[in-house]
Design a protein around this ligand. Structure first.
Ligand code: ZN
Length: 503
């Protein structure tokens, strides 16, 4: 625990810890949804202990958020763009986000537990200690005392942020009429010059009984406004229920860190939309597909149209058909290449292509019996659109390296039938990758023995490993003189012919 003034440097070790946890080499192999899961688990575990007892400096909170954001979209490289805004990502999944936690709000919500304990005067030694030192007999929530020890200061800051979420609930009416915060945060006595000595001990139930107020029995003069205000406040008393603060953010009135967090998030949400997002996360599909759909729904998949708009691509014309702007709908449905995939899995109905609103198109297709096939179609279309270029370049460079090193017999496997067809069965001269395809075809004519065959990605663990390593790397091409350490065991099991059943 920290004593004395809290400084940024006191907490910089949290940043170091997070950095080292996120920088582990294994994380280089994660996909975006994998990184979301990891970032959430790391951010939810490492700073938690300190967040429960200290109000972290704002700069530390912003740094934690920044690291999370960068890690999700870029991993450990500098490659990759932020597809969806941070204010969306940090919404709950039900509200269209990914449920990534905001550091400041998480910190406040956790300290809220201490606010609650202190307010409820729970029977914990630290509560007694702070109570004796700073509060005498007043309510913590309404006490104005701001400065004290670091822990007191931390709890006080969290209190200010959460204050509106607490409500003073009247039960038995035993609260002081003058000195308790029953009508507003400030007790009645604050708006008066004095309280008559004969009145000072009065409780609510002494003035409100038989279902009405008896203000005329008071010795203390009240203004007309005040009398009006009070008489509009109708109480329902019950001797079995205590007067106390309750928490508005939960159904049972009890404060919990998670209800505190949701409450803070709702308060922050400046643009609430009532669109339901649960369906995405309820889909019976792999996480990577749900993530893709989530990106599609936020119109945030990196199509050329979107990249062009953000000045990240020179052109917005689809590189496959060269005929249309590559919007999300074009990329996933209307491009002839995409239409071929939909046709192959049975989506041939004209209605399927008539809807030009992306949201409505998704909505009408993710319901009903064809939903799973539709979701799979989205995935395969997105994959097919990205895979051709990467795969062709890999084959081209691979063959060149093999040629330079003097190999004379080569077995080359690809998991993309489309790519193999392009090379082996020919292609239009207008194809956007015609140059590289022709280069490969020319190389095949050399005086050496090259066999191109199809293999399933999950049947080739070494290739899968290298592909993931490559996708997390900045450099266009990386040549390994000898296998990376982590690949050796995979190669060994390949050499031993260990069988991998298809998942
Ligand atoms: Zn196209």
């Amino acid at each position: 625990m920290i004593t004395g003034r809290v400084k940024k440097v006191d907490f910089s070790f949290i940043i170091d810890k997070l950095n080292s946890r996120l920088a582990s080499w294994k994380n280089k192999l994660l996909s975006k949804p994998g990184r979301v899961t990891l970032a959430k688990s790391v951010m939810n575990s490492i700073p938690t202990y300190y967040m429960q007892i200290s109000w972290l400096p704002s700069s530390i909170c912003s740094q934690i958020d920044m690291m999370t954001r960068k890690f999700i979209w870029k991993g450990n490289s500098n490659k990759g763009i932020h597809l969806v805004g941070w204010n969306v990502v940090t919404q709950s999944k039900e509200d269209g986000g990914l449920g990534v936690r905001l550091a400041r709000e998480a910190n406040t919500a956790m300290l809220g537990k201490l606010v609650w304990d202190l307010q409820q005067q729970s029977d914990k030694p630290w509560v007694h200690m702070l109570q004796d030192k700073y509060l005498d007999s007043s309510h913590f929530l309404t006490s104005k005392r701001k400065f004290g020890s670091p822990i007191w200061n931390s709890i006080s800051k969290a209190k200010l942020a959460l204050l509106d979420g607490f409500h003073y609930r009247i039960g038995d009416g035993n609260s002081s009429f003058w000195y308790s915060p029953w009508i507003s945060r400030d007790p009645l006595c604050k708006s008066l010059d004095y309280v008559a000595i004969q009145d000072s001990q009065l409780r609510l139930k002494d003035i409100f009984f038989n279902d009405s107020w008896h203000l005329n029995q008071l010795y203390t003069p009240l203004t007309t406004d005040m009398k009006n205000l009070i008489s509009h406040y109708h109480l329902i008393l019950n001797i079995g229920v205590l007067d106390c603060f309750t928490w508005n953010g939960s159904l049972d009135g009890v404060y919990t860190a998670s209800s505190g967090y949701s409450w803070l998030l709702k308060k922050k949400q400046h643009n609430p939309n009532n669109k339901s997002w649960k369906w995405i996360w309820n889909l019976r599909a792999p996480e990577k597909i749900k993530f893709l759909i989530w990106c599609i729904c936020h119109n945030s998949i990196p199509t050329l149209d979107m990249l062009h708009h953000r000045h990240l691509a020179q052109d917005n014309i689809c590189s496959r058909c060269l005929a249309n702007v590559e919007t999300t709908l074009h990329c996933l449905r209307d491009c002839p290449d995409a239409a071929r995939i939909w046709d192959a899995i049975g989506f041939r109905n004209g209605d399927f292509y008539s809807q030009m609103n992306l949201d409505l198109w998704l909505n009408s297709n993710v319901k009903g019996s064809g939903a799973h096939l539709f979701v799979a179609g989205l995935w395969w279309n997105w994959r097919a659109r990205n895979i051709v270029c990467v795969e062709l370049m890999a084959i081209y460079h691979g063959l060149r390296i093999a040629r330079d090193l003097g190999f004379s017999s080569i077995l080359c496997y690809s998991d993309s039938q489309t790519v193999l067809d392009l090379i082996l069965k020919g292609h239009s001269i207008y194809h956007c990758y015609a140059a590289v395809i022709t280069n490969i075809q020319d190389m095949l004519k050399f005086n050496w023995n090259v066999t191109l065959s199809h293999s399933l990605r999950e049947g080739n663990f070494s290739a899968d490993f290298l592909a993931k390593l490559g996708s997390a790397n900045d450099t266009k091409i990386k040549i390994w003189e000898s296998p990376p350490e982590a690949l050796k065991s995979i190669l060994l099991s390949d050499a031993l012919r260990v069988l991998h059943p298809r998942a």
